[in-house]
Structure formats: C-alpha cells, structure tokens
Design a protein around this ligand. Structure first.
Ligand code: IPM
Ligand code: MG
Length: 372
C-alpha cells in the first residue's frame, strides 16, 4: 500500500529552535521508516531569523508554505538581538500571534506532565508532587484581551491612556469548552474552568456558557475556580487536577505556572489547533513551551524532548498516526526513566547521567527502534 505523504511546514526559528528541531526531524524521519507514514518537510525562516534573512518576522514564503501544509512544526522565536524593534515587528508579536490568528488556532493544549522519575526537578515540595502529575491546560488562543478592539495607546486631556479590550463571544467560549470536555473524556473526566466571574462580565458569560456545554458531557465532573485561587490551588495540589480550561490571558499565565511546577520547560510540548479536518483531526501548529532560550543557544546542551514531544502531538492531532505518536512518547519516557538527562533536568541523582542535545536525540531514536 502507498504510504500517505504528509506535508509539514518546519519553522525552526531562533535561539535553541534550530538545534532541537534537528532532533525532532530526525525522529520523524525514523518513524517514517518504521511506520505507515511519510513526510515532505518544507523548512522556512520565521521570527528573528526571518527578519535577518527577509526583513520581516513572518514572510510571505513562510506563510504560504504553512498554508500548503497539513501541519506546522514550530521551534521558537525571539532573542535579545530583536528586542529593540517596535513591538509589532518583534519576532513574538510579529510571527506567533499572526500565525495563530491567520489559521484560527483557537485551542491551545498544553500538557504539563511531571514524570515520576523527574519529581526531584520540580521546585515545589516533594510530598506535594510525589508520584508525578499530569494536567492538561486548555487555553483559548484567538480571543479575549489579546485580540479585542479597541487596542491602543492614545493621548487624552490628562496624558496618555492604554486600552486593551476583553471580548468573548459565546460561540468562542462554546467551541473551546467542547475541546476541553472532549479532552477530559479521553483522560480523567475532570474539568476545572477558570474565570474571574466575581469581577469581570467576561467571567460571568464564560461560567454560564461552560455550565451549559457541560450538559453534553454528563460523565465529566466540572468545577469552577477564580483565576487567583486557581494559581494557589494548582501549586498546592497539582495531582488533583485533570483538565484546566482558561481564557487566553489566564491560560497564558497558568500554563507557565504549571510548566514551572512540572520541573522543566524543556520537557513540555504544546499544540494549537484550528480547523477541524474531520475524523478527530485538526490543522495545527506544534511547538515546545519553553521559548528560544538564547542564553544556551548554539551550545548543543538544550533539551530536545519538548520539540520531539510536539512532533508526537502533531502525529496524534493533525496526522492521525497514533502508533508513531505513542512510540515517540514511550521512547522519551524510557530515555528519562533510564537516567538520561540534559542539563536542565540533571540534578546529579544516582543512576543518571548528563548528555547534550544530540545524544538525547540518539537515546530516543534507539528506543523507538528497539520498541518498533
Ligand atoms: C505563549 C507566549 C506568547 C503568548 C507571547 C510570546 C506572545 O507567552 O505562547 O504563551 O503570550 O501567548
Ligand atoms: Mg506564555
């Protein structure tokens, strides 16, 4: 049988992006040799790299390549070199936000997983995370205060004022709530919805709408937390959460908190899903949660796991290659369980040893081969 060919736009970006992307592409090439899947990679510049090469953070060639692909595998963008550009020309705002908006990537899934064997890497007290935890943060990504209009700084009589507008349409809340409930159905069947209903009108509509959507998912246990309380509860009892649903800004903040509690940003993947392609698959963009880490870029020490796990999420949610996705997830976990550590997760524990980016990639490749 002819293997299906999936087109993947590969955007390594800045900082550690290119190094960790190299490992993710090696992993994908290996799974295409072992499983019923084939890729056509189209690598294009984005972020600071694109500013340097083509004069803007999201050039037309890059956007067109993404449009012609089944999914986008994204590295990371930004760095000190471009920090002094006007805000809208900077890599993050000029590439990431327009990509999200252009492709309607409204559902941001950020798994925050603390592997049992990495519990010591978490900065919170051992007894609170013993045995590890697995929380999925579902963040609304194309609405709310990030994109609401008016959005401006202007001169009034008493000086300058800044305005950002938080707007949610009920339909936007409904569609992200369905994503969160569906995710909960495939996991622990618990959903915690986050809002600020004690102050914001947005919070009231958010809560009412999520309650209404809950009627379609009677098996899911739903509760609500105000965002400030959620920030406390997540750090005090992370093991008790399953899926957390949040509006754009709150999800931005809480997903960073969860990433920190999990121990290392270098382990955390994320997916931003848009158009429903049917059969449970979506067009999506997949990226590590950790950012471009310019301080360690080019040294060969960055942790490639988040980029590799992002590739696995792409296989799962956009390409429907579940066997290959499982093989990657299992192999990353086995490499960690076997004591292999990049610098960010190395704490000198007995039975562990420190490796660089490429060796971590090698360790994962070996395990994919031996598990196939
Ligand atoms: C993220 C980042 C972005 C966001 C920034 C870089 C615009 O923090 O993906 O969480 O706020 O969404
Ligand atoms: Mg963020």
């Amino acid at each position: 049988m002819e293997k299906q060919v999936h087109r993947v736009a590969v955007l390594p970006g800045d900082g550690i992006g290119p190094e960790v992307m190299t490992e993710a592409v090696r992993v994908l090439e290996l799974v295409s040799a072992l499983y019923e899947v084939n890729f056509e990679f189209d690598q294009k510049p984005v972020g600071g790299a694109a500013i340097d090469e083509l004069g803007c953070p999201l050039p037309d060639v890059t956007l067109r390549s993404c449009e012609n692909s089944d999914a986008i595998l994204f590295g990371s963008v930004g760095g000190p070199k471009w920090e002094n550009l006007p805000p809208d020309e900077q890599p993050e705002r000029g590439a990431l936000l327009p990509l999200r908006k252009h492709f309607g990537l409204f559902a941001n899934l950020r798994p925050s997983v603390c592997f049992p064997s990495l519990v010591h890497a978490s900065p919170i007290r051992g007894d609170l995370v013993e045995g590890g935890f697995d929380v999925l943060c579902v963040r609304e990504l194309t609405g709310g205060i990030y994109f609401g209009e008016p959005k401006e700084i202007r001169e009034v009589e008493k000086g300058r004022i800044a305005i950002d507008t938080m707007v949610y349409h009920q339909s936007e809340i409904e569609r992200i709530a369905h994503v969160a409930f569906n995710a909960a159905m495939g996991r622990g069947k618990k959903l915690t919805s986050i809002d600020k209903a004690n102050v914001l009108r947005n919070g009231i509509l958010w809560r009412e709408t999520v309650e209404a959507v809950a009627a379609d998912y009677p098996e899911v246990e739903l509760d609500h937390l105000y965002v400030d309380n959620a920030a406390m509860q997540l750090i005090r009892r992370p093991r008790e959460f399953d899926v957390v649903l949040a509006p754009n800004l709150f999800g931005d903040i809480l997903s960073d908190e969860m990433a920190m509690i999990a121990g290392s940003l270098g382990m955390l993947a994320s997916s931003s899903l848009g158009r429903d392609k049917g059969d449970g698959l979506y067009f999506g963009m997949y990226e590590p949660s950790g950012g471009s880490a310019p301080d360690i870029a080019g040294q060969g020490v960055a942790n490639p796991c988040a980029q590799i796990l992002s590739a696995a999420l792409m296989l799962r949610y956009s390409l429907g290659c579940i066997d290959a996705a499982n093989a990657i997830d299992n192999s990353v976990r086995r490499a960690i369980d076997d004591g292999i550590r990049t610098a960010d997760i190395f704490t000198g524990e007995q039975g562990t040893h420190q490796v660089g980016t490429t060796q971590m990639g090698d360790a994962i490749l070996e395990r994919i081969k031996s598990g196939a």
